[in-house]
Write a protein that binds this ligand. Structure first.
Ligand code: HPA
Length: 246
């Protein structure tokens, strides 16, 4: 059984990252939105494989409400999300790491809120937590990794990659990286008052910048980045606990 912890931190691990952590066995957490799965990392820290225990749930089918609701029920107050992105900006080369600063939501058919009744308008002017970003930045420095900060993330539904024209449009709008899983996860965490930051790695140039995008290429790049991602996240978790920021 998992006990409630008032200063707990969770990492939501995307493709190619979860398997690099040493964690306990998978535990099912039942929520009013459905089941979610976590593994214990240490005292007051948990790993949630975003795509489920078997990594098989595609981005548009992830039960984001169940995932965030489950973390809340465990008393998690800080969430570190990891993700793979396509880069649309010379600010972030392939294989490089970044922290998100803003998002632009191009998803269309996801359950994106906990507030289906009543009037609740969450302020997401700054959706990613500054304090957590600061800890991630210094963890990256400690791990010897350069991170680009304040990236503008565009979220699509997937599971297909983008067209070249979509990428051109996203760039004109100010988008710098594109992915399929960051929204509504960040929104739901904000709705529940949890601190949330996202560390990403560019696995490829987005569609049309240097030709096409392949799933195999993305997976390969992510596998390569996984150990460094784990190191950055583990240092950050330690610092979160030390700071008692929870
Ligand atoms: N597009 C969307 N999602 C992604 C990409 C991309 O190019 N690369 C990794 N995740």
């Amino acid at each position: 059984m998992t006990r409630r912890n008032s200063r707990a931190v969770a990492v939501i691990a995307g493709t190619g990252v979860a398997e690099h952590f040493r964690a306990g066995k998978s535990e099912e957490i039942r929520t009013e939105f459905g089941s979610a799965f976590v593994r214990r990392l240490g005292r007051g820290s948990f790993l949630m494989p975003r795509h489920g225990p078997g990594h098989g749930v595609p981005p548009h089918m992830v039960n984001y409400r169940a995932n965030i609701s489950a973390l809340r029920s465990l008393g998690i107050t800080s969430v570190i999300a990891t993700g793979a992105v396509g880069s649309m900006s010379p600010r972030l080369g392939v294989g490089e790491f970044g922290l998100l600063g803003q998002f632009i939501d191009f998803t269309r058919r996801r359950e994106g809120t906990f507030f289906d009744e009543g009037l609740a308008h969450t302020d997401v002017t700054e959706p990613y937590d500054r304090g957590l970003n600061r800890l991630l930045r210094s963890a990256a420095k400690e791990a010897g990794v350069k991170v680009r900060e304040g990236l503008v993330y565009v979220c699509t539904d997937g599971p297909r990659f983008e067209t070249a024209a979509e990428v051109r449009m996203f760039r004109r709008m100010g988008g710098e990286v594109v992915g399929m899983t960051g929204v509504p996860e960040v929104v739901l965490a904000n709705e529940l008052g949890m601190k949330y930051s996202s560390v990403v790695v560019a696995t490829n140039w987005a569609a049309g910048i240097q030709g096409g995008v392949s799933h195999e290429g993305v997976t390969r790049a992510m596998k390569k980045a996984g150990p460094v991602m784990r190191e950055v996240v583990e240092i950050t978790i330690k610092r979160v606990k030390e700071a008692g920021r929870g």
